[in-house]
Design a protein around this ligand. Structure first.
Ligand SMILES: Cc1cc2nc3c(=O)[nH]c(=O)nc-3n(C[C@H](O)[C@H](O)[C@H](O)COP(=O)(O)OP(=O)(O)OC[C@H]3O[C@@H](n4cnc5c(N)ncnc54)[C@H](O)[C@@H]3O)c2cc1C
Length: 796
C-alpha cells in the first residue's frame, strides 16, 4: 500500500514530523509512506486560485490508498496551518472525499494531542471534507522530547507495539474502505512481469538446505520448483562432499553454554541461537521422524565411552575445554563417513515426491524479482535451456545456494586473503550474494570460513580450476623432523604439529584462521625426503611430482620466489630450536624438531584448504532474509551456508545441523499462504517447453540402446546420483560391463568406475571386492550391475 503522511504543522522543528519519519521506516515492509510538509502552503483564501503545491498534494492523496495526519495540539485544537490546508482540500477540490484517514499526534505534555485529535475528527467529518476516519485507535505520543532515541526511533516497546497495532488496523481499514479493486488497479500500473511458469515455492540450490526446504514446503501443501546450477550428477553442493556428521547436543543448557563460548565475542541474536541449539538437541529425533533413519548413530556411543564422559580430541567435541563440551556429540545415518550417506538420504526425500517437487538441473538462478511497491519477492529469473525465464513464486523463495568458495573476487574482497583452495563443490560461486544485494539484503559473517587438511589446514597446490585434494589422514612426516612450512618470504608462520580446529590455529587465547599466504611451501632436507619416500602409500600420490629440489637454500629460495636471506635465517633458527629442544617462535613440540642437514633441500608447494565460507544474507530465527534495517524482506527465506550462523570458532557438524534445522523452517514458512501478497494471477508467456523434472527416473533407461544379450541396470546409490550400466551376458558368462552414466567423485569414485567392470567380468559376477577408499561408489556400481543381471534371470 502507499500512503501520504501530512505533517500537521508549519514549524521548523516538529516531533510530529519525527513520528512520521519513524513510521515511514518502521512500516516500510507493509507500505510506502510519502511524507508531505505543509510549511510552504499559503493561507487559505476563498476564491483564490488553487496554489500549485496544494494541487500537487491533492493529486498525491488521490493516487494513494490513504492519508495519515500527524497533528500537534495548539490551544486545545489543531494548528491553524493544518486547518488552512484542510480548507484548501475541501473547497473547490475534494481529494479527501471517502479517503481512509489515520490520525496520530505527538505533544510535549501529558495530554498527547487528545483534544486536537477530537477536533480534527470533527473537521474531517464535515460535509465538504467527507473523509472516512478510522474509528478508535487514537495514537497519542506524550512527552515527545523523551520519546525518541538518537537515531530518531521510538524508545518505548509498549508504545511501538501500540503504534504497530494501530497501523495494522489502518491497513485493514483501508482495504475495506477502498475495496480489493483499487489495490489491484495500483499494481497494474507496474510493468507486468511475463511469467513463464508459476509455483507456490521456488527453492534455489539442491544441497542439504535445498533438499530439506523443498521437501518441507511440499509437505506443507506447496507445489515446489527446486533449481540447481550444477548439471545432473553434480547437484548436492558441498553437502555431497561432506563428512556427513551432524552436530548433536544431549543437554540443551550445556549445549547453549558451549555455543556461547564458540561465538566468543561475536554477538548473536538470542532467538536464532535458541532455535539452533534446540534443533541440535533434538537431532536424533529429527533423523528418526523426518529422515526415516531407524537407528541414528551416536558417534560417542559407538566410538567413545558409552556414558558420554570420556572424550578424545576430534570433532566431538572440537573444543573440549569449553563448558558444556560433555554434551556434544555427532549423529550420522550409519556408522560411516565421507560416503554421501546423509546427502543421499536427503535427496531421496525429494525424488520420492515427484508430484509436488519439480527439479531443474543446469539451471542457475540469476535475479530475484521484487515488487518495487511492496518489497515482496514475487519470483526468480532462472536460466533454463539457454534462455532466461521468470518463474513466479506465490508464497516464497528459499535461497539455498551455498557459499562463495569458487568466486576468487569475493574470497579476496570479503575474506581478505589472496586465495583459498576449494575442497568441495565447484558450483558455489556466490551468486546468492549479488541476487540478495539487488533486493536490499543485509549481510553477515562474510569473513568467516572453515578449513581442514594436514597440519593446520593444508593441501597441495594444483591448477586453479581443480578441486584441492582433501588430506584427512594423519601424515606425521610433514610435521615431525627436519621440515617446516614457510610463508611467501621463506619464514615460518604456523605451528606445524598443531591439530587445527577446522583450519583455526590457537592465537592469544582463542582460535583463528591463520594468515593465508600466496605460495606457502613445505621446506625439508634430504633426511626428511628419505623418510617420506620410505612410506609405502602416500596420502597424496603426486607428492614427489610437485616437489622442487635445489642444491642450496639460496637456489631453493630462487625457485620458490622466497627471500634467500630470510630462508637461510629461518633454517638457522629452526636448527637452533632443534638443538635446544624448544621452538621459541611458535611453540611446536620440542621432540618434533630435527636440525636440517646440508643440501640438497626440497620445497613442496602448498595451499590453504577451504571447506566452506559462512557469509551471506543475514536471516532471523524464522529463516527470513533481513534488509539493511533488519526487517524481513517479504517472502524471501534462506538457510545453510548462504549466510551461515557460525561466525567464529566452529565445531564440526554445526553446518549440516544448521542446514537441517533452518532448511525445515525456511521450507515451512515459505510454503505458508501469504495474505500480504498482491500476486493474484499468472501470465504465461509463450515460450518453449521448460521441462518438468530432470531427475524423473521413469524414462532414464529409455535413453540408452541395447543389443542382443544386453541388459540395462540402474542404481540411485551413487554419490553423484544415478549410475546406469549395460551388461552383456549369455550362456552364463558376463562378457562386458559398460558404465553409461555416472557422476562419482573425480578422485576415488572414478577409480571404482574404471576398475570394477573388468574385475566383475574376470570374476563373472557383480559381487566383487570394492575399490579401497571408494566403498560407496563401488557399492552403487555393484547394485546397478546386479539390477541389470536380475533382468537376465527374468528373461531366461
Ligand atoms: C569436504 C567437506 C567436508 C565437510 N564436512 C562436513 C560435515 O561432516 N559436517 C558438517 O556439518 N559440515 C561439513 N561441511 C560443510 C557442509 O558440507 C556445508 O556447510 C553444507 O553442505 C552446506 O549446505 P548448503 O545446502 O547450504 O549448500 P550446498 O550443499 O553447497 O548446496 C548449494 C547448492 O546451490 C547450488 N547453486 C549455486 N549457485 C546457484 C545458482 N545461481 N542457482 C541455483 N543453484 C545454485 C550449488 O550448485 C549447490 O548444489 C563439509 C564441507 C566440505 C567441503
Amino acid at each position: 500500500m502507499h500512503f501520504v503522511a501530512l505533517v500537521g504543522t508549519n514549524a521548523d522543528q516538529s516531533y510530529n514530523r519525527q513520528l512520521l519519519a519513524y513510521m515511514q521506516r518502521h512500516f516500510k515492509q507493509q507500505a510506502k509512506i510519502t511524507i508531505c510538509d505543509i510549511s510552504n502552503i499559503p493561507l487559505f483564501r476563498e476564491g483564490a486560485k488553487i496554489p500549485v503545491n496544494v494541487q500537487q498534494l491533492a493529486d498525491a492523496i488521490t493516487a494513494t490508498d490513504g492519508l495519515i495526519i500527524a497533528t500537534p495540539e495548539y490551544d486545545h485544537s489543531i494548528p491553524a496551518a493544518l486547518k488552512s490546508v484542510l480548507e484548501w482540500l475541501s473547497c473547490e477540490i475534494h481529494p479527501l472525499e471517502k479517503k481512509p484517514i489515520m490520525i496520530v499526534g505527538a505533544s510535549l505534555g501529558i495530554q498527547g494531542t487528545s483534544r486536537a485529535q477530537q477536533n480534527l475528527r470533527q473537521i474531517l467529518d464535515a460535509p465538504g471534507v467527507n473523509a472516512i476516519v478510522m474509528p478508535g485507535d487514537e495514537f497519542m505520543l506524550s512527552f515527545a522530547t523523551k520519546a525518541f532515541d538518537e537515531q530518531g526511533d521510538l524508545k518505548d516497546a509498549q508504545t511501538i507495539q501500540f503504534l504497530e497495532s494501530c497501523f495494522n488496523d489502518y491497513v485493514q481499514f483501508c482495504t475495506k474502505v477502498n475495496g480489493e479493486g483499487s489495490v489491484k488497479m495500483k499494481t497494474s500500473q507496474r510493468q507486468p512481469v511475463k511469467w513463464a511458469s508459476a509455483y507456490d515455492v521456488v527453492v534455489l540450490g539442491f544441497g542439504a538446505v535445498g533438499a530439506t526446504a523443498a521437501r518441507f514446503a511440499a509437505d506443507n501443501g506447496a507445489k515446489v520448483l527446486l533449481a540447481d546450477a550444477a548439471p545432473d550428477g553434480h547437484e548436492g553442493g558441498n553437502t555431497r562432499y561432506a563428512g556427513q556428521v551432524v552436530l548433536t547436543g544431549h543437554d540443551y543448557n550445556k549445549t547453549k553454554a558451549y555455543f556461547k563460548q564458540l561465538f566468543g565475542s561475536i554477538d548473536i541474536d538470542e532467538e536464532i541461537l535458541d532455535t539452533y541449539v534446540k534443533g541440535i538437541s533434538n537431532m536424533p529425533a529429527y533423523f528418526k521422524q523426518y529422515l526415516e533413519i531407524e537407528e541414528p548413530v551416536s558417534y560417542n556411543k559407538v566410538h567413545r565411552d558409552p556414558d558420554f564422559e570420556a572424550f578424545a580430541n576430534g570433532l566431538s567435541p572440537e573444543y573440549p575445554e569449553f563448558d558444556g563440551s560433555d554434551a556434544i556429540d555427532l549423529t550420522t545415518v550409519h556408522d560411516g563417513y565421507f560416503d554421501a550417506s546423509l546427502w543421499k538420504t536427503l535427496r531421496a526425500q525429494v525424488t520420492k515426491r515427484p508430484k509436488q517437487i519439480d527439479i531443474w538441473l543446469s539451471s542457475p538462478a540469476k535475479h530475484l524479482i521484487q515488487n518495487t511497491d511492496t518489497g515482496v519477492i514475487e519470483g526468480v529469473q532462472i536460466e533454463r535451456n539457454g534462455q532466461l525465464v521468470n518463474i513466479q513464486a506465490r508464497n516464497g523463495v528459499v535461497m539455498a545456494m551455498g557459499g562463495f568458495e569458487n568466486n576468487p573476487e569475493y574470497i579476496q574482497n570479503f575474506i581478505g586473503v589472496p586465495k583459498l583452495k576449494v575442497i568441495g563443490t565447484l558450483y558455489n560461486k556466490g551468486d546468492g550474494i549479488s541476487m540478495a544485494q539487488e533486493v536490499g539484503a543485509k549481510f553477515w559473517h562474510m569473513k568467516s570460513f572453515e578449513g581442514y587438511g594436514f597440519n593446520t589446514s593444508f593441501t597441495f597446490e594444483n591448477p586453479e580450476e581443480q578441486r584441492g585434494k582433501f588430506i584427512l589422514a594423519a601424515w606425521p612426516e610433514l610435521s615431525h623432523g627436519s621440515i617446516f612450512i614457510a610463508a611467501d618470504d621463506g619464514s615460518r608462520y604456523v605451528r606445524e604439529d598443531e591439530n587445527g580446529r577446522h583450519g583455526h590455529a590457537y592465537e592469544h587465547g582463542s582460535w583463528h584462521n591463520p594468515t593465508v599466504y600466496n605460495h606457502p611451501h613445505l621446506i625439508f632436507d634430504q633426511t626428511q625426503y628419505d623418510k617420506i619416500k620410505a612410506q609405502s602409500k602416500l596420502p597424496y600420490p603426486d607428492f614427489f611430482k610437485i616437489t622442487i629440489k635445489a642444491a642450496s637454500l639460496a637456489e631453493l629460495a630462487a625457485k620458490i620466489d622466497a627471500d634467500p636471506e630470510t630462508l637461510k635465517q629461518t633454517v638457522n633458527q629452526f636448527n637452533q630450536f632443534a638443538e635446544q629442544g624448544t621452538d621459541f617462535a611458535l611453540g611446536r613440540a620440542g621432540d618434533s624438531l630435527a636440525a636440517f642437514g646440508d643440501g640438497p633441500f626440497y620445497a613442496t608447494p602448498l595451499a590453504t584448504a577451504m571447506l566452506n565460507t559462512q557469509g551471506g544474507a543475514q536471516r532471523n530465527a524464522k529463516a527470513e532474509v533481513l534488509d539493511a534495517a533488519g526487517q524481513p524482506i517479504p517472502h524471501l527465506y534462506s538457510a545453510g551456508e548462504f549466510g551461515g550462523i557460525n561466525a567464529n570458532q566452529y565445531n564440526g557438524g554445526g553446518n549440516l545441523a544448521e542446514c537441517l534445522i533452518f532448511g525445515k523452517i525456511a521450507g515451512e514458512n515459505a510454503a505458508a499462504v501469504k495474505t500480504d501478497s498482491l500476486i493474484t494471477t499468472t501470465e504465461t508467456a509463450p515460450i518453449a517447453d521448460l521441462g518438468r523434472n530432470d531427475l524423473d527416473g521413469e524414462n532414464v533407461l529409455s535413453q540408452f540402446e541395447v543389443g542382443p544379450d544386453q541388459y540395462l541396470g540402474v542404481s540411485e546409490a551413487g554419490i553423484g546420483g544415478q549410475i546406469v550400466v549395460r551388461v552383456t551376458y549369455s550362456n552364463g558368462t558376463l562378457s562386458e560391463v559398460e558404465v553409461l552414466k555416472e557422476s562419482e567423485s573425480e578422485d576415488v569414485g572414478q577409480q571404482a568406475m574404471a576398475e570394477l567392470p573388468q574385475t566383475m567380468v574376470a570374476a563373472n559376477t557383480y559381487d566383487v571386492d570394492g575399490v579401497s577408499g571408494a566403498s560407496s561408489s563401488s557399492r552403487a556400481l555393484k547394485s546397478a550391475v546386479k539390477n541389470a543381471l536380475s533382468k537376465v534371470k527374468a528373461t531366461v
